[in-house]
Write a protein that binds this ligand. Structure first.
Ligand code: GL4
Length: 807
């Protein structure tokens, strides 16, 4: 496979090439004749790892010797995506790696395609955690990410004629060159009377253009002993191994629900498991630096990513009191000075509340502590708000009733010094609704930090042609200071620049068209308008509303209307137990089957459901989006981050006044955004008067026709019952107010059609979207967390000469 005459390689490329050859022998134990593509991928990754290790080791040394104040980010999910290309871009070695691959007769593209992605998250919440890790490193902030090393990440989605099918994601099956096991850092956790050991696996998180490489530390569960010797000696080998297997199931699999709490025993076990290991690890660090435990809050700022790690409030108290002998009051001030909490959703079904019985069985001591926290909390409330038992009941950490429960969000609020939402509207609604009573008690505790996305992965890595154009037009600084994109504004009316812009966009669309062909077999026209909705499938995100709109378009085209060609692309996973979400996928797939083979739709309309939406696939999709669908029911999408990725890459948004859409529109300008739909306030008013979809539907002949067509079995091979649950729901309760917004959505879509026909104007609007999106960098979000919540300052890391350099 090696090419006989290697192409000339730049010096760093030469070093990479040599390291790849060395690793083939010393790590993969192979000669070139037996090497598979995967072997070469591993060798390239190890060669890159050799280079970044100097940063990683220097960073750890610097942090340790300087006793730095450190932010720790606790999250049950980190949707990392593949590491190789991101690390190459951070090290500035992409070209060199491509040359090294070429010299071996390989391409960098095939290496990148080989990398399985660590899909250790469900959607936006997990991806945000990953963007944040990268920004913390880029901003040179001392930080550690703590989570779970799930052996099986988010399931793989296949799409068949019946919609979604799930299979497991054994992402570790062929090893993982990016992690280092640290058996010396293992901790016991007592769950339900049994001890489980958490072992640290570390992954380096490189900063861009700096010498910092922070650590993401993920815990893997192990049984304390390989065997239960009593059973073993009694001859019961199977039983002896059983406990081992049971313990290790703790980090086996990620729960595949986004915004749904299932209240499962294993889930609570996972939460205490990773939280306890992480806190014990922090105590170990404290001890190793000779810092007294009463200084915990000066050394660490702990951020809870949603309520999944909220048990940290009780566990930190337990460790301080039971293990380190601190008195209650001191422990409580340390805990509340340490912890802060980010809320990521207002949806009631996502609010975690654990039954007392289960809690008592698994975590009796932590429950005792929660009761004591609650008793003291309620006591202060009683004094401040005399004669208001209902207020106390609403605020209590315990939900009363036949099945008493621990309210994890309340535990998180009470145990934190700061609580933030993730976009302005969301943070306001938190104060007005979900946490209204708490906001009365502690008005200063609540704040907003609007989400962001990393421009390295979501622009530099995902869209190299755009990155090159930006470098050429405004310099390279945008990648660290995304506000620099502002410099593009004057170019939005420059004909020469617009032509190059158009070229970049065409490349991305051609690349996506090739992926679509490969993954679905459907040919799409890259010059058609790419209308894209990719995100988890959920009724509140209203993929069914987009689908209805497509059916309407189909009807209008069949009736002879002249509309510009569109390719409507959907992607996203449905929670395996969420029947309505799966039915929505089934509808889109059924529509695609009919529409894509209808000769009348040739060159006018294509519908695509791209299977297995992931970080990797996202990197191909976001750069190619013309129209970004952000159409959630106002007040329901806490922020959204796909909206930012698309706009940053030059897409125009069609969207409601929800989540971060509002802030995107404020920044890109209302002329460059297709707004529609009721506001959260308007919907609240409609709800007060009693909502029913029928009056909306009765006045809307086209919507009726679309619903009738679906109901007739047109998209389900004549089966009239299949979509009944979906249609009946839309026409009776319509919980997500599709009918109330559908007409206005159509109006906005018509505006999109007219705007698209003026290609010059569309390009200008596209440039302005990119130019004005700098605010949505996760660097800005993290700077806000660091300044306003964590009080953590940057600590630059210098290259330290004592560490051997591989080259
Ligand atoms: C989410 C929100 O739904 C999403 O709007 C937000 O962008 C994301 C990150 O803050 O968090 N909350 C949950 S739960 N899953 C999400 O993706």
């Amino acid at each position: 496979m090696a090419s006989p005459t290697p192409a000339p390689c730049p010096p760093k490329g030469q070093a990479l090439l040599e390291a790849m050859r060395r690793h083939l022998f010393s790590s993969q134990a192979k000669s070139a004749s037996l090497a598979t593509i995967h072997d070469h991928y591993v060798c390239l990754s190890l060669a890159v790892r050799d280079i970044l290790l100097t940063s990683w080791v220097d960073t750890a040394d610097t942090y340790t010797s300087q006793h730095v104040r450190t932010a720790t980010y606790m999250s049950a999910e980190f949707l990392l995506g593949p590491h190789l290309e991101n690390n190459l871009v951070s090290l500035g070695l992409r070209e060199e790696a491509a040359a090294a691959c070429e010299a071996l007769g390989l391409t960098l593209e095939e290496m990148l395609a080989e990398e399985p992605e660590p899909g250790l998250g469900n959607g936006g919440l997990g991806r945000l955690a990953a963007c944040f890790q990268e920004s913390m490193a880029t901003l040179e902030l001392p930080a550690i990410g703590y989570g779970i090393r799930y052996e099986f990440g988010i399931f793989r989605q296949q799409i068949g004629p019946n919609g979604q099918m799930e299979s497991t994601d054994p992402w570790l099956a062929r090893g993982n060159p990016w992690e280092v096991i640290r058996p010396e850092w293992s901790y016991p956790v007592l769950i339900g009377g049994q001890t489980v050991i958490g072992v640290a696996y570390d992954t380096p998180i490189l900063g861009y253009g700096v010498h910092t490489a922070n650590t993401l530390r993920l815990w893997s569960a192990q049984a304390p002993d390989a065997f239960d010797f009593a059973s073993f000696n009694a001859g019961d080998y199977t039983r002896a191994v059983l406990h081992k297997v049971q313990s290790e199931t703790l980090s086996k699999v990620l729960y595949p629900n986004d915004e749904l709490e299932q209240g499962k025993r294993l889930r609570l076990s996972q939460q205490i498991f990773f939280v306890s290991c992480s806190l014990q690890d922090m105590f170990r660090i404290l001890g190793s630096q000779g810092i007294p435990v009463t200084e915990f809050h000066r050394k660490f700022a702990v951020q809870l990513n949603d309520t999944h790690p909220a048990i940290a409030v009780a566990e930190l108290m337990r460790l301080l009191i039971d293990v380190h002998g601190v008195d209650w009051d001191t422990a409580w001030s340390i805990t509340t000075a340490t912890i802060s909490y980010t809320n990521h959703t207002l949806l009631p079904e996502a609010l975690e509340a654990w039954g007392l019985e289960l809690f008592q069985q698994l975590l009796p001591r932590q429950l005792q502590i929660i009761f004591e926290i609650n008793a003291r909390f309620l006591r202060t409330l009683r004094i401040r708000f005399p004669g208001q038992p209902e207020l106390l009941e609403r605020l209590s950490l315990i939900e009363e009733g036949p099945h008493r429960k621990v309210r994890m969000a309340h535990l998180a609020v009470v145990g934190s010094h700061t609580v933030n939402g993730v976009a302005e509207l969301h943070s306001r609604l938190l104060k007005e609704n979900l946490f209204a009573d708490f906001a009365r008690v502690w008005p200063d505790r609540f704040t907003n930090i609007t989400n962001g996305v990393t421009p390295r992965r979501w622009l530099a890595v995902a869209n190299p042609p755009l990155a090159a154009l930006l470098n050429d037009a405004i310099g390279t600084d945008w990648c660290r200071h995304l506000d620099q994109l502002r410099k593009l504004e004057p170019l939005a009316t420059d004909a020469g620049f617009l032509e190059r812009w158009q070229g970049v966009r065409e490349q991305a669309k051609e690349r996506l068209a090739a992926t679509i062909r490969q993954d679905t077999g459907v040919l799409v026209d890259p010059s058609s308008l790419f209308d894209v909705q990719v995100k988890r499938i959920h009724e509140y995100k209203r993929q069914h509303m987009a689908a209805l709109q497509v059916v309407e378009r189909y009807l209008r085209l069949r009736a002879g209307e002249d509309l510009p060609p569109r390719t409507v692309i959907f992607g996203g996973k449905a929670a395996p137990g969420y029947a309505m979400a799966k039915l929505i996928i089934r509808l889109i797939v059924g529509m695609a089957e009919i529409i894509n083979i209808d000769p009348a739709m040739d060159g006018r309309l294509r519908v695509i459901f791209l299977p297995n939406f992931s970080v990797k696939l996202g990197q191909k999709i976001y750069p190619a989006v013309d129209l970004s669908e952000q159409i959630s029911t106002a007040g329901m999408e806490a922020s959204g981050t796909g909206n930012m990725k698309m706009s940053l890459n030059g897409a125009l948004t069609i969207g409601t006044l929800d989540g971060a859409n509002i802030e995107i529109r404020e920044r890109v300008g209302d002329d460059n955004f297709f707004l529609f739909g009721h506001t959260a306030e308007q919907l609240a008013a409609i709800n007060r008067n009693g909502y029913h979809p029928m009056p909306w539907l009765e006045n809307d002949a086209l919507a009726k026709e679309a619903i009738d067509l679906i109901g007739s079995g047109h998209f389900s091979e004549g089966d009239r019952d299949l979509f009944h649950p979906l249609l009946a729901n839309l026409c009776s309760s319509d919980p997500f107010r599709v009918m109330a917004d559908l007409g206005d959505y159509r109006r906005a879509q018509n505006e999109v059609d007219s705007a698209w026909c003026d290609a010059g104007r569309w390009s200008m609007m596209s440039v302005l979207n990119t130019a004005r999106c700098g605010f949505f960098s996760s660097d800005r979000s993290i700077q806000e967390y660091a300044d306003r919540i964590w009080k953590v300052a940057p600590v630059p890391v210098n290259a330290c000469s004592v560490i051997p350099s591989p080259s």
